[in-house]
Design a protein around this ligand. Structure first.
Ligand SMILES: C[C@@]1(CC(=O)O)c2cc3[nH]c(cc4nc(cc5[nH]c(cc(n2)[C@H]1CCC(=O)O)[C@@](C)(CC(=O)O)[C@@H]5CCC(=O)O)C(CC(=O)O)=C4CCC(=O)O)c(CCC(=O)O)c3CC(=O)O
Ligand SMILES: NC(=O)C1=CN([C@@H]2O[C@H](COP(=O)(O)OP(=O)(O)OC[C@H]3O[C@@H](n4cnc5c(N)ncnc54)[C@H](O)[C@@H]3O)[C@@H](O)[C@H]2O)C=CC1
Length: 212
């Protein structure tokens, strides 16, 4: 089994080339779009969902069969055609500095993509290291329930509160105690119920030094 190293890459304005424009390519595009990558699809055909994204300029579609020069600017490459020989040719054409994901052959991939739950800044990913992609998908569905939509606003609040606490207290025990007190479970509940005033009052207390 490969022990993959999990990282979160900033792909903004970086080019990701996907060869193939079918179901699997559509799944990969869905997880790449929030990362604001420059997504280029090389494929003679395009899945319906991807057609509208191409029309609105959110992705670039090169309507053609794969050629090695299609990979020129790619930092990441996803080989997602239904033809093994084409996926092999994509792998062959990749330079040593380009990372490739063979969607049909895990053992030949430099990276694999996890199942991902996004709630604003909160990103929860699941991987089975390729052992069972379906299990990764199932665990994701469970996590979607556990981390409901309220987490978006909740984590954004924690981010702002953390900045305010850092501005108020120097590094040290008082700052640590205030940051720790932010994990008070009521804050999530207040967020869920729209009780923003109570949440704000709690933060103001922390900023006045009340952490016990
Ligand atoms: C190694 C990896 C490489 C990669 O693609 O990155 C890979 C490889 C392969 N998947 C295959 C099949 C399926 N994959 C899914 C679903 C997902 N697959 C995803 C990731 C990964 N799939 C990477 C490992 C992830 C991990 O476990 O850590 C998810 C999580 C994320 C995503 O795709 O972005 C996404 C869920 C999306 C979501 O819900 O969010 C389903 C189920 C379904 O679609 O409902 C099936 C059918 C059931 C089955 O076969 O188990 C096959 C055989 C193909 C064939 O038969 O030819 C291979 C090839 C091989 O195993 O070598
Ligand atoms: N990693 C994963 O999560 C999964 C991987 N797979 C694998 O992914 C592969 C693709 O599956 P789907 O997307 O369902 O197939 P699909 O049939 O929906 O799409 C295949 C795409 O490849 C394109 N294509 C074919 N020849 C090409 C060429 N020479 N140059 C460029 N594009 C070309 C087709 O036009 C089509 O758009 C399968 O072979 C399967 O092994 C399948 C399920 C899940």
């Amino acid at each position: 089994m490969t022990n993959y190293f999990p990282i979160h890459i900033n792909l903004e304005y970086k080019t990701v080339v996907i060869v193939g424009g079918g179901h699997v390519a559509t799944q990969k595009v869905a997880s790449l779009l929030p990362a604001k990558a420059n997504i280029v699809i090389v494929s003679p055909t395009l899945h319906n969902t991807l057609q509208s994204l191409a029309e609105s300029g959110q992705i670039t579609w090169k309507q053609k069969e794969f050629e090695p020069r299609d990979l020129d600017d790619a930092i990441l490459i996803i080989a997602a055609t239904n033809v093994t020989a084409v996926n092999e040719a994509v792998q062959e054409a990749a330079q040593h500095w380009q990372l490739i994901n063979r969607t049909d052959k895990q053992s030949e991939s430099d990276f694999i993509t996890p199942a991902t739950v996004r709630r604003g800044p909160l990103v929860v990913t699941v991987s089975t290291s390729g052992a069972s992609p379906s299990l990764a998908r199932k665990i994701k569905a469970d996590l979607e329930e556990q981390f409901d939509d309220a987490y978006d606003d909740y984590v954004c609040f924690l981010q702002q509160a953390r900045l305010m606490i850092a501005a108020k207290y120097d590094k040290g025990p008082q700052r640590r105690a205030a940051l720790q007190a932010l994990l008070e479970p009521n804050i999530l509940e207040w967020t869920r119920h729209g009780e923003i005033d109570r949440r704000e009052a709690y933060l103001q207390q922390l900023l006045m030094g009340a952490t016990q």
